[in-house]
Design a protein around this ligand. Structure first.
Ligand code: EPU
Length: 334
């Protein structure tokens, strides 16, 4: 029997440390225990909600659900050939810990070091940094579909990864519990150093461990430590606008960073927010971080309502100045 606790505070289980309570909470470590919890949720007349590492959610004050979290932490080399190594990693493994030991098996995840959260959440928003996205190294995702009660394996193409997007945030939202992710790592270390400031690293003699350390250094210098300044990484998506709008904006703001995409042009939300004077600005217990305007941080006692107030102020300010509407990256958990 899985142990279910009632009226559980989730404040310590979300990295923004927002105040919030779940009607019920339980950890699970196998498909069997998850199925048992689905049955319990029905008996309790509550929906089932899966929580990952809580690093990309906006916690509501009352979560009327049985909240479940994976505590499975196995890493297993499945198969290898000359080019690749395939490794199964359970949803409950800490993402950064996985990145740090992934090079015992193969290469490719170095640029994604120090991203907070659990492995099970990595495909959901296709986490990315410094020119690499998790989806590029995922072979498939194994999970349980709640509505059909089926164990399913979704190939990378079925996951439909794109910039901070996947099927898990769309059609399968709230309906799919990720149990395990199969990664396909490279046998040869061929680092992606295209993005600043990694482009200043010397490729010769660079090791996978050294690259991981370099990424950790960069992130620590720019991004707040969630243990000190509660945050959820980038708070808004970088908006992708039409080439026409990008050109107009560039004429009015010659210094505006722009990154051409296959379709459209990506703008730096942090730059837009900074220009609007919101860097370091607080409304009540929430503020935009003083060293990176794209990151929202909270102080004790902050709730989703406080976050919404600052979010809206930033959205309206950026919209009235640049005509671009910013969308939040973390998803409401309710
Ligand atoms: N900028 C400013 N002021 C600021 C912040 C940024 O002028 O306050 C400018 C920077 O100088 C730079 C540009 O905006 O010219 C882009 O900034 P940065 O390189 O820091 O990257 P970002 O676009 O803010 C994205 C990801 C991060 C990822 C970094 C590195 C998104 C929404 N964010 O941030 O991902 O770590 O690139 O690859 O795509 C996350 O998603 O949670 C996250 C942290």
């Amino acid at each position: 029997m899985m142990s279910i606790r009632h009226n559980v505070s989730l404040s310590e289980l979300n990295t923004l440390k927002l105040k919030g309570q779940a009607s019920a909470f339980a950890a699970f470590n196998s498909l069997e225990s998850l199925i048992e919890l689905q049955r319990s949720a029905r008996e309790l007349n509550l929906p089932l909600r899966v929580l990952g590492g809580g690093s990309n959610i906006l916690l509501a004050e009352h979560v009327n659900a049985l909240v479940v979290q994976s505590s499975a932490e196995t890493i297993n080399l499945v198969h290898e050939d000359d080019a690749y190594a395939w490794v199964d990693v359970d949803a409950g493994v800490d993402w950064h810990q996985w990145v740090c030991c992934s090079n015992q098996y193969g290469y490719g995840l170095e640029n994604l070091a120090l991203i907070p959260g659990l492995v099970g959440a990595s495909p959901v928003q296709n986490i990315g940094a410094y020119g690499v996205e998790a989806g590029e190294l995922i072979e498939h995702v194994v999970g349980y579909q709640l509505s059909t009660k089926q164990l399913r394996i979704l190939t990378a193409s079925e996951c439909r990864f794109s910039y901070r997007q996947s099927v898990f945030k769309r059609e399968l939202k709230n309906d799919f519990v990720i149990l395990r992710v199969r990664f396909r790592l490279h046998q040869t270390f061929s680092p992606n150093l295209t993005y600043a400031p990694l482009d200043t690293l010397d490729r010769d003699g660079l090791t996978s461990d050294a690259l991981i350390q370099a990424v950790v250094g960069v992130r620590n210098s720019k991004l707040p430590d969630p243990a000190v300044n509660p945050n959820a990484g980038s708070f808004f998506h970088n908006p992708i606008v039409s080439e026409t709008l990008a050109l107009t904006l560039r004429k009015q703001n010659p210094a505006m960073p722009q990154y051409p995409q296959v379709v459209g042009v990506k703008l730096a939300a942090g730059w837009l927010i900074d220009q609007c004077g919101y860097k370091g600005k607080a409304i009540g217990p929430v503020s935009m971080y003083e060293k990176q305007a794209l990151v929202l941080t909270t102080k004790e006692g902050a709730t989703l309502a406080h976050v919404r107030t600052l979010q809206k102020a930033v959205q309206h300010s950026v919209y009235s100045r640049f005509g671009v509407w910013l969308e939040p990256e973390p998803q409401v958990f309710e």
